[in-house]
Design a binder for this molecule. Structure first.
Ligand SMILES: C[S@@+](CC[C@H](N)C(=O)[O-])C[C@H]1O[C@@H](n2cnc3c(N)ncnc32)[C@H](O)[C@@H]1O
Length: 219
């Protein structure tokens, strides 16, 4: 469902220091800026529940939210402005992630979160999916060697497509579930969209991919 354009959104976003206007300028310096050793990036924050709440659950990590829609982004940033707690480890980028590799240096990001990404059901629009191979190639560049992608969705077609795209690009399926909320996961915040699907008793699909297999150490 498309959101009504908020007339105050762009001026508001321009005034907020948490919003990084020229992200490419900070390529290679994000961890220093956020004083962290582990950098998480959420692409498609929507109204920002996950970005704001996860950053409070894990204040030692850096948290960067990315959202292309300015009205939705303004609601996420307003949530940030109104929240209490530590904030120095957070930034927001209001832009399309289609050239995300311009913003981060090789291996700079540790975890990328894709929560309830737009499913773009028509075949000709699959290239816009955040799990399309063109995005995956950029994730491979900016993720650290043991970095990972964490994806949640309600959409079985998008889930199947994503499994195949990551597989074809040579990634490793590290974890997955076709009913993630069947058991409690206190370690992971429920997003706005996730909440809606859970209220309708729809299963939540989740997958975690890594670039390289995790080698288990022998005892
Ligand atoms: C269906 S909403 C989900 C919002 C939120 N993650 C949640 O789970 O509640 C997907 C969001 O991703 C954003 N989005 C889609 N493609 C994007 C892209 N290429 N770059 C940045 N944001 C994107 C959309 O504008 C939308 O707000």
């Amino acid at each position: 469902m498309r959101m009504r354009k908020l007339p105050w959104a762009e001026d508001f976003l321009n005034e907020q220091e948490v919003v990084v206007k020229e992200p490419a300028q900070y390529k290679g310096t994000w961890k220093e800026m956020l004083d962290c050793t582990c950098l998480h990036v959420e692409i498609g924050t929507g109204k920002g529940d996950y970005w704001t709440k996860m950053s409070q659950c894990y204040p030692d990590f850096g948290w960067i939210g990315v959202e292309k829609n300015s009205s939705v982004a303004a609601l996420a940033v307003r949530k940030f402005v109104n929240m209490e707690g530590k904030k120095e480890h957070m930034r927001f980028i209001q832009d399309d992630a289609e050239e995300i590799a311009q913003w981060f240096a090789h291996g700079e990001v540790d975890v990328i979160h894709l929560n309830f990404s737009d499913p773009w059901p028509k075949k000709r629009a699959h290239k816009k999916r955040l799990s399309n191979h063109k995005f995956i190639a950029q994730y491979a560049d900016i993720l650290s060697d043991d970095g990972e992608i964490q994806m949640k969705t309600d959409n079985s077609s998008l889930f199947e497509y994503s499994i195949m795209e990551f597989q074809n690009e040579g990634w490793y399926l590290h974890d997955f579930s076709v009913d993630y909320r069947r058991v409690e996961h206190d370690e992971d915040v429920i997003t706005e969209y996730e909440n809606r699907f859970m209220e309708r008793n729809q299963p939540i699909y989740r997958a975690v991919w890594k670039k390289h297999p995790v080698v288990k150490k022998e005892n």
